[in-house]
Design a protein around this ligand. Structure first.
Ligand SMILES: [Zn+2]
Ligand SMILES: [Zn+2]
Length: 177
C-alpha cells in the first residue's frame, strides 16, 4: 500500500489508518500486505478547478513503481478522486493489472455533515479496497448485492455490502493462485 497525497502533504492518509487497513485487507485476502513509507505525489494529476485527482494517471504512475513479483500496489488517499466521465469515484483499478487506488474522502461521515466515525471509515475503506483488489484479480462486478464486488456509487450501498466475496467471486480469486 502506498500513501497518495499532494507534495504539500495535503490528502495524505494517516499512517495509523493505513496500518489498520493493511491488517484487515491481509486477513481477508489471506496474503501479506505492507505499507510503503515513500508516498506518491499526486500533484501531476490534480485538477485545480475540480479540486480532485484524476485516478487513471495515478494507476499508471503506481504501475511504474518497483514492486515485489506478483504484488499489487494499492494507493490510498484522502484526496477526492474522479474520472472525466464521472463526478467522482471511490476508487479505480486496472482489470488484471498490478495497480489500484482508493479514496477515503467520501467514505468519511464528516463529508456528509455527520460526526466522525472511525470504525465506519475503516469498514468502508476495507470494502472499497477489497473491491478494487478484486478487479486487479480479474473480477468484474457481481450481481449479488451482498458481495463486495457489487457496484456501489453511494456509501449506503457500500454499507450493505459485506466485507468479503460471495462464493462465486471467492472461487474465481482462489483459482488465480
Ligand atoms: Zn468496480
Ligand atoms: Zn460476488
Amino acid at each position: 500500500m502506498v500513501p497518495v497525497g499532494l507534495a504539500s502533504g495535503d490528502g495524505l492518509p494517516e499512517l495509523e489508518l493505513m496500518d489498520r487497513l493493511a491488517a484487515e485487507a491481509a486477513r481477508v485476502m489471506q496474503t501479506d500486505c505492507q505499507v510503503e513509507t515513500q508516498s506518491l505525489p499526486a500533484d501531476f494529476a490534480f485538477d485545480e478547478i475540480r479540486s480532485q485527482v484524476w485516478s487513471t494517471p495515478l494507476l499508471a504512475k503506481l504501475q511504474e513503481r518497483r514492486r515485489p513479483y506478483g504484488a499489487v500496489l494499492l494507493g490510498v488517499t484522502e484526496l477526492d478522486l474522479y474520472v472525466p466521465v464521472l463526478t467522482f469515484v471511490f476508487g479505480e483499478a486496472q482489470l488484471r493489472g498490478p495497480a489500484a487506488v482508493v479514496s477515503a474522502h467520501r467514505l468519511r461521515e464528516e463529508y456528509y455533515g455527520m460526526p466522525p466515525n472511525g470504525p465506519s471509515l475503516v469498514e468502508r475503506l476495507l470494502k472499497e479496497t477489497l473491491h478494487e483488489l478484486g478487479h486487479t484479480q480479474g473480477l468484474k462486478h457481481c450481481n449479488d448485492w451482498r458481495c463486495v464486488m457489487s457496484s456501489a456509487h453511494t456509501v449506503e450501498r457500500i454499507d450493505i455490502r459485506q466485507a468479503g466475496f460471495c462464493p462465486t467471486c471467492a472461487r474465481a480469486i482462489a483459482s488465480r493462485f
